[in-house]
Structures are given as structure tokens and as C-alpha cells.
Design a protein around this ligand. Structure first.
Ligand code: F6P
Length: 354
């Protein structure tokens, strides 16, 4: 064990159900190891401003079931400047913060790796409803968001069935279609549109028409926000014009980001929070804790960030230079496996949802 006296914990970026459960696990695990915990409010903004509070065991009581994040969250452009970073490092020195657990998405991890390079060891925990972190199978909040979507879609289905209507539904996910694709399968949606794969509006209209001819009365089409905000509303109009089925549009937006975390998210958050602290106290840093094939494993942040860019097709010049051929081959095969999984799930949704 390294001689850590005090660590900090923060939540940053879009909030996600389960973040509180993760903070709770971080606080209690650290205290059990005799290490103090400082709650950093408003993500990296609070680190810059010194918006901090020492957290005791009971300060994190009754939050495992709460959505949002009691530490609040922020997106902090100042942290990306040398001045912002210097202020953040100074806060850590002034308050004796020996390391930080940062809960959030890829922006949070970029901040964490910069802080580590500036002498404050950090470990990241993936918390975002989008599930858009390529190095982990699941992010904290993804399961809750999906459960909220299917609950809402089930309600829409009731009224669609009564009126023989179609409802096009747009769900969040930023550039990732994970929420849309999984909830389309789970809610029996007639079609799904995600940014990862091409789509054909005529084909969607044909699917609605042929299902109608077979006696189907309710039609749900799920659209991921990543394909553009005009796609869903336009699709509803086209379906109505082309098929004669009355079609409505609904945007679920931020409603899907709130609410009490599911059992799966609470367990993921609690285990990943506890293991992240153990890693940090062992002297390890610059890591993202990931869930892979049901196990929590530590992945180097730089590997995770570049894998992410490779998967999202956003590689920049020089990004791959620091990796060995073996690591690059591993990254490429991980990207292929993720793409194949998306294609497979998409195929299944088309086959069984008509
Ligand atoms: O990353 C989570 C997320 O909810 C995305 O799904 C969405 O695109 C974005 O954040 C919305 O951001 P904001 O809360 O700033 O409107």
C-alpha cells in the first residue's frame, strides 16, 4: 500500500444514475483503509475553485438508491487550460489530496490523465448513460436509462395499440446507438435507427406496411439522437404519408438520465467504486476501471481513450505512435468485435421485431 492519507472523489460530465452509489463505495472503501475522503463538488470546476467537503461514512448514507449525483456535475472548459490545471493541482496540494477517483465519461478521463501527468494520481470510473466508452462493456447508468426507455415505450405502445398508431421515439446516447439498439430489441420496436449503421427510410415504411397488413396495430420506431435531431420528426411525417398509419414523434431527452438506479447499476457502481480505491491505494493510477465479460479490470487510460477514438473513427495524427504492434492489433480486434456485436444485435432486432 502507498502512503495515502486523503483522496478526492468527483463526478463530471453528464450525470448518470448510479454515480451516487459509486461515490458511496469509494468513500466507505477508503475510510475502511484508514484514508480520508474529500468530496469535490461540481466536477473539475470544484477542484479549481476549492469547492470541497470532507466525507464521513454516514455522509453517504441513503444515496445508493438516488439518481443524479449529490456531488453535482459540470463540464469545465477552464480545466483544459494550463491555468485551470495549475489551480486544480494547487487545490490538491493545499488540501493534501494524494489521489482522485474521477467518475464520468471520456472527457472526465482526459482530465484524469492530465492530472496524473501533473503529479496527482487519478483513476477513472465510467459513468454515463450512453455506454460510449469502448473499453468497458457497461457504463454506470446505462442499464437504468434503458429500463426507463422501455417503461416509457411500453406506455406509448398501449396508446398506439388503442388508436392503431405509430410512435417514433428519439433516445439519447450522444454518438452511440447502444441505448436505442438494446431498447429496440427489449421493447419489440418495428425498426431502429442508430448512427453506427446505415438505414433506409423506404425499408422502414415497408416494414410498417407489411406488419399492418398482418394485423399489427402498434408501431414503435426508436431513433438514436446520434443520427441528428431532425431525423425522428421527419421520419414520423414520412411514415404517415407513405403508409397511412397516423404517426407521432416523442423525444425522451433528459428524462432518461434521471431516476433511481437499477440493481445492475447499483452493483456495478458499488463494485467498481470499491475496486478503484483498492487500485489507487496500491499505488496504481492513470487507469480506467472497466467491466469486461462480467469482471472488473483496470485498463490504462491512454489505451482506453485511443481505443475509443479508433472505435468512433476519430483518430488524430500521431494517436497510435505510442503503442506497440501487439497493442494496436489488440485494439483493432476489440473494435471489430464491438462492431460485429452491434451488427449482430441489429440483425436480431430486424428478424424478431415485426
Ligand atoms: O452524455 C450523456 C448525455 O445525456 C447524452 O446522451 C446527451 O447527448 C448529452 O449528455 C446531453 O448533454 P446536456 O446535459 O449538456 O444537455
Amino acid at each position: 500500500m502507498k502512503n495515502f492519507k486523503r483522496i478526492g472523489v468527483l463526478t463530471s460530465g453528464g450525470d448518470a444514475p448510479g454515480m451516487n452509489a459509486a461515490v458511496r463505495a469509494v468513500v466507505r472503501t477508503a475510510l475502511t483503509h484508514g484514508v480520508e475522503v474529500i468530496g469535490i463538488y461540481r466536477g473539475y470546476s470544484g477542484l479549481i475553485d476549492g469547492d470541497l467537503k470532507k466525507l464521513g461514512y454516514r455522509d453517504v448514507s441513503n444515496i445508493i438508491n438516488k439518481g443524479g449525483t449529490f456531488l453535482y456535475s459540470d463540464r469545465c472548459p477552464e480545466f483544459q487550460t494550463p491555468e485551470g490545471m495549475a489551480k486544480a493541482v494547487k487545490t490538491c496540494r493545499d488540501f493534501g489530496i494524494d489521489g482522485i477517483i474521477a467518475i464520468g465519461g471520456d472527457g472526465t478521463f482526459r482530465g484524469a490523465t492530465e492530472l496524473t501527468a501533473n503529479g496527482v494520481p487519478c483513476i477513472g470510473i465510467p459513468g454515463t448513460i450512453d455506454n460510449d466508452i469502448a473499453s468497458t462493456d457497461n457504463t454506470i447508468g446505462f442499464d437504468t436509462a434503458m429500463n426507463t426507455v422501455i417503461e416509457l415505450v411500453d406506455k406509448l405502445r398501449d396508446t398506439c395499440e388503442s388508436h392503431a398508431r405509430c410512435n417514433v421515439v428519439e433516445v439519447m446516447g450522444r454518438g452511440a446507438g447502444d441505448i436505442a439498439l438494446h431498447t429496440a430489441i427489449a421493447s419489440g420496436a418495428t425498426a431502429v435507427i442508430i448512427p453506427e449503421l446505415p438505414y433506409d427510410v423506404s425499408d422502414i415504411c415497408r416494414r410498417v406496411k407489411s406488419a399492418r397488413e398482418l394485423g399489427k396495430r402498434n408501431f414503435i420506431i426508436i431513433v438514436s439522437e446520434g443520427v441528428g435531431s431532425d431525423v425522428g420528426p421527419a421520419l414520423a411525417k414520412t411514415i404517415q404519408a407513405e403508409t397511412g398509419v397516423e404517426s407521432k414523434f416523442a423525444r425522451f431527452a433528459h428524462i432518461v438520465r434521471g431516476g433511481s438506479p437499477t440493481l445492475k447499476d447499483r452493483i456495478l457502481a458499488s463494485t467498481i467504486g470499491a475496486i478503484a480505491v483498492e487500485e489507487l491505494l496500491k499505488g496504481n493510477s492513470n487507469l480506467v476501471m472497466c467491466e469486461r465479460k462480467g469482471k472488473i479490470v483496470a485498463v490504462d487510460i491512454n489505451y482506453a481513450l485511443i481505443l475509443d477514438r479508433m472505435y468512433k473513427g476519430k483518430l488524430k495524427e500521431g494517436d497510435l505512435d505510442r503503442f506497440s504492434e501487439k497493442e494496436l492489433a489488440k485494439m483493432r480486434s476489440e473494435v471489430r468485435a464491438k462492431q460485429a456485436n452491434i451488427a449482430r444485435l441489429y440483425g436480431i432486432s430486424k428478424t424478431i421485431n415485426l
